[in-house]
Design a protein around this ligand. Structure first.
Ligand SMILES: CC(C)(COP(=O)(O)OP(=O)(O)OC[C@H]1O[C@@H](n2cnc3c(N)ncnc32)[C@H](O)[C@@H]1OP(=O)(O)O)[C@@H](O)C(=O)NCCC(=O)NCCS
Length: 148
Protein backbone atom coordinates (compact mmCIF):
# COMPACT_ATOMS: atom_id res chain seq x y z
CA UNK A 1 0.00 0.00 0.00
CA UNK A 2 1.17 3.59 -0.64
CA UNK A 3 2.34 5.74 2.26
CA UNK A 4 -0.12 8.01 4.03
CA UNK A 5 0.74 11.70 3.61
CA UNK A 6 -0.70 14.65 5.51
CA UNK A 7 -1.34 18.17 4.32
CA UNK A 8 -2.90 21.12 6.16
CA UNK A 9 -6.52 21.83 5.23
CA UNK A 10 -7.55 25.34 4.20
CA UNK A 11 -10.86 27.18 3.89
CA UNK A 12 -11.16 25.68 0.39
CA UNK A 13 -11.34 22.18 1.91
CA UNK A 14 -14.21 22.68 4.38
CA UNK A 15 -16.94 21.18 2.17
CA UNK A 16 -14.70 18.22 1.45
CA UNK A 17 -14.02 17.64 5.17
CA UNK A 18 -17.71 17.77 6.10
CA UNK A 19 -18.66 15.50 3.18
CA UNK A 20 -16.01 12.92 4.04
CA UNK A 21 -17.10 12.83 7.67
CA UNK A 22 -20.83 12.74 6.88
CA UNK A 23 -20.37 9.51 4.94
CA UNK A 24 -18.08 7.97 7.54
CA UNK A 25 -19.55 8.58 11.01
CA UNK A 26 -22.93 8.66 12.69
CA UNK A 27 -22.33 12.02 14.39
CA UNK A 28 -20.38 14.23 11.96
CA UNK A 29 -19.25 17.82 12.40
CA UNK A 30 -21.01 20.30 10.12
CA UNK A 31 -19.16 22.45 7.59
CA UNK A 32 -19.77 25.40 9.95
CA UNK A 33 -18.03 23.52 12.78
CA UNK A 34 -15.01 22.89 10.55
CA UNK A 35 -14.97 26.58 9.58
CA UNK A 36 -15.15 27.63 13.24
CA UNK A 37 -12.35 25.24 14.08
CA UNK A 38 -10.10 26.57 11.32
CA UNK A 39 -10.87 30.16 12.34
CA UNK A 40 -10.01 29.32 15.96
CA UNK A 41 -6.51 28.37 14.91
CA UNK A 42 -6.84 24.61 15.19
CA UNK A 43 -4.68 22.46 12.95
CA UNK A 44 -6.80 20.69 10.34
CA UNK A 45 -5.15 17.87 8.41
CA UNK A 46 -6.13 15.97 5.30
CA UNK A 47 -4.71 12.46 4.92
CA UNK A 48 -4.03 11.16 1.43
CA UNK A 49 -2.86 7.99 -0.24
CA UNK A 50 -1.29 9.40 -3.39
CA UNK A 51 -4.02 11.71 -4.73
CA UNK A 52 -6.86 9.94 -2.91
CA UNK A 53 -8.24 11.68 0.19
CA UNK A 54 -8.77 9.02 2.85
CA UNK A 55 -9.06 10.83 6.17
CA UNK A 56 -8.92 13.94 8.28
CA UNK A 57 -7.89 15.10 11.73
CA UNK A 58 -8.30 18.21 13.85
CA UNK A 59 -5.91 19.15 16.65
CA UNK A 60 -5.79 22.05 19.09
CA UNK A 61 -2.29 22.65 20.44
CA UNK A 62 -2.16 24.66 23.68
CA UNK A 63 1.34 25.11 25.10
CA UNK A 64 2.58 21.54 25.65
CA UNK A 65 -0.85 19.89 25.38
CA UNK A 66 -2.26 18.60 22.08
CA UNK A 67 -6.01 17.97 22.03
CA UNK A 68 -7.22 15.60 19.33
CA UNK A 69 -10.62 17.11 18.49
CA UNK A 70 -11.52 14.82 15.60
CA UNK A 71 -10.10 11.95 13.57
CA UNK A 72 -11.87 10.20 10.74
CA UNK A 73 -10.93 7.64 8.12
CA UNK A 74 -13.23 7.61 5.10
CA UNK A 75 -15.83 4.87 5.34
CA UNK A 76 -14.42 3.00 2.30
CA UNK A 77 -10.92 2.92 3.82
CA UNK A 78 -11.63 1.95 7.43
CA UNK A 79 -10.15 -1.19 8.97
CA UNK A 80 -6.99 -1.19 6.81
CA UNK A 81 -4.53 0.30 9.27
CA UNK A 82 -4.86 3.91 8.11
CA UNK A 83 -6.31 5.25 11.38
CA UNK A 84 -3.32 3.81 13.20
CA UNK A 85 -0.90 5.40 10.69
CA UNK A 86 -2.70 8.74 10.86
CA UNK A 87 -2.76 8.95 14.65
CA UNK A 88 0.87 7.79 14.95
CA UNK A 89 1.93 10.52 12.53
CA UNK A 90 -0.10 13.14 14.41
CA UNK A 91 1.50 12.14 17.71
CA UNK A 92 4.95 12.48 16.13
CA UNK A 93 4.15 15.88 14.63
CA UNK A 94 2.75 17.20 17.90
CA UNK A 95 5.83 16.03 19.74
CA UNK A 96 7.92 17.89 17.13
CA UNK A 97 5.82 21.00 17.83
CA UNK A 98 6.59 20.78 21.56
CA UNK A 99 3.60 18.87 22.93
CA UNK A 100 4.32 16.54 25.83
CA UNK A 101 0.86 15.00 26.12
CA UNK A 102 -2.14 14.36 23.89
CA UNK A 103 -5.72 14.37 25.15
CA UNK A 104 -8.96 13.25 23.52
CA UNK A 105 -12.59 12.43 24.23
CA UNK A 106 -14.37 9.43 22.80
CA UNK A 107 -17.91 8.06 23.01
CA UNK A 108 -18.13 5.21 25.47
CA UNK A 109 -19.74 3.05 22.74
CA UNK A 110 -16.95 3.68 20.18
CA UNK A 111 -15.05 0.47 20.87
CA UNK A 112 -13.05 0.61 17.63
CA UNK A 113 -11.63 4.05 18.35
CA UNK A 114 -11.02 3.20 22.01
CA UNK A 115 -9.03 0.11 21.15
CA UNK A 116 -6.98 2.07 18.61
CA UNK A 117 -6.21 4.72 21.24
CA UNK A 118 -5.27 2.16 23.89
CA UNK A 119 -2.96 0.37 21.48
CA UNK A 120 -1.13 3.67 20.84
CA UNK A 121 -0.56 4.29 24.55
CA UNK A 122 -3.64 6.26 25.59
CA UNK A 123 -5.25 5.54 28.94
CA UNK A 124 -8.46 6.73 30.55
CA UNK A 125 -8.14 9.84 32.69
CA UNK A 126 -11.74 10.82 33.27
CA UNK A 127 -15.35 10.65 32.21
CA UNK A 128 -17.92 13.28 31.25
CA UNK A 129 -21.27 11.80 32.07
CA UNK A 130 -24.10 12.07 29.53
CA UNK A 131 -21.88 14.31 27.38
CA UNK A 132 -22.91 13.21 23.88
CA UNK A 133 -26.32 13.05 22.28
CA UNK A 134 -26.92 9.42 21.25
CA UNK A 135 -29.46 7.54 19.11
CA UNK A 136 -31.51 7.21 22.27
CA UNK A 137 -30.82 9.60 25.12
CA UNK A 138 -27.22 10.49 25.85
CA UNK A 139 -23.91 8.70 26.41
CA UNK A 140 -20.73 9.31 28.38
CA UNK A 141 -17.50 10.73 27.00
CA UNK A 142 -14.37 8.87 28.04
CA UNK A 143 -11.36 11.18 28.44
CA UNK A 144 -8.00 9.70 27.47
CA UNK A 145 -4.43 10.93 27.53
CA UNK A 146 -1.05 9.76 26.30
CA UNK A 147 2.51 10.94 26.83
CA UNK A 148 4.20 11.95 23.61
C1 LIG B 1 -11.74 5.17 14.54
C2 LIG B 1 -11.09 5.18 13.15
C3 LIG B 1 -10.40 6.53 12.94
C4 LIG B 1 -10.03 4.07 13.09
O1 LIG B 1 -9.43 4.07 11.82
P1 LIG B 1 -9.29 2.72 10.97
O2 LIG B 1 -8.44 3.02 9.81
O3 LIG B 1 -10.64 2.18 10.72
O4 LIG B 1 -8.53 1.80 12.03
P2 LIG B 1 -7.28 0.84 11.75
O5 LIG B 1 -7.57 -0.04 10.58
O6 LIG B 1 -6.02 1.65 11.71
O7 LIG B 1 -7.29 -0.07 13.06
C5 LIG B 1 -6.73 0.43 14.23
C6 LIG B 1 -7.25 -0.37 15.41
O8 LIG B 1 -8.63 -0.07 15.60
C7 LIG B 1 -9.29 -1.26 16.03
N1 LIG B 1 -10.23 -1.69 14.99
C8 LIG B 1 -10.26 -1.29 13.69
N2 LIG B 1 -11.32 -1.85 13.05
C9 LIG B 1 -11.94 -2.62 13.99
C10 LIG B 1 -13.10 -3.45 13.97
N3 LIG B 1 -13.84 -3.60 12.86
N4 LIG B 1 -13.46 -4.05 15.11
C11 LIG B 1 -12.73 -3.89 16.24
N5 LIG B 1 -11.62 -3.13 16.32
C12 LIG B 1 -11.23 -2.51 15.21
C13 LIG B 1 -8.21 -2.30 16.24
O9 LIG B 1 -7.69 -2.13 17.54
C14 LIG B 1 -7.20 -1.85 15.24
O10 LIG B 1 -5.94 -2.31 15.54
P3 LIG B 1 -5.42 -3.75 14.98
O11 LIG B 1 -5.77 -3.78 13.53
O12 LIG B 1 -3.97 -3.72 15.23
O13 LIG B 1 -6.18 -4.75 15.76
C15 LIG B 1 -12.10 4.95 12.00
O14 LIG B 1 -12.71 3.71 12.17
C16 LIG B 1 -13.16 6.02 11.89
O15 LIG B 1 -12.97 7.01 11.20
N6 LIG B 1 -14.32 5.82 12.56
C17 LIG B 1 -15.40 6.79 12.50
C18 LIG B 1 -15.03 8.11 13.16
C19 LIG B 1 -14.63 7.92 14.60
O16 LIG B 1 -15.24 7.17 15.35
N7 LIG B 1 -13.59 8.68 14.99
C20 LIG B 1 -13.11 8.69 16.37
C21 LIG B 1 -13.79 9.78 17.12
S1 LIG B 1 -13.23 9.86 18.82
Amino acid sequence: MSTLTLRPASALDLTLLATLEARSTAHPWSEAQYRGSLESGHQLFIAQLDAEIVGLAVIMLVLDEAHLLNIVIDHDWQGQGLGRQLLSELMLRMRQQGALRMFLEVRESNTIARSLYESLGFSECGIRKHYYRAEQGREHAILMEASL
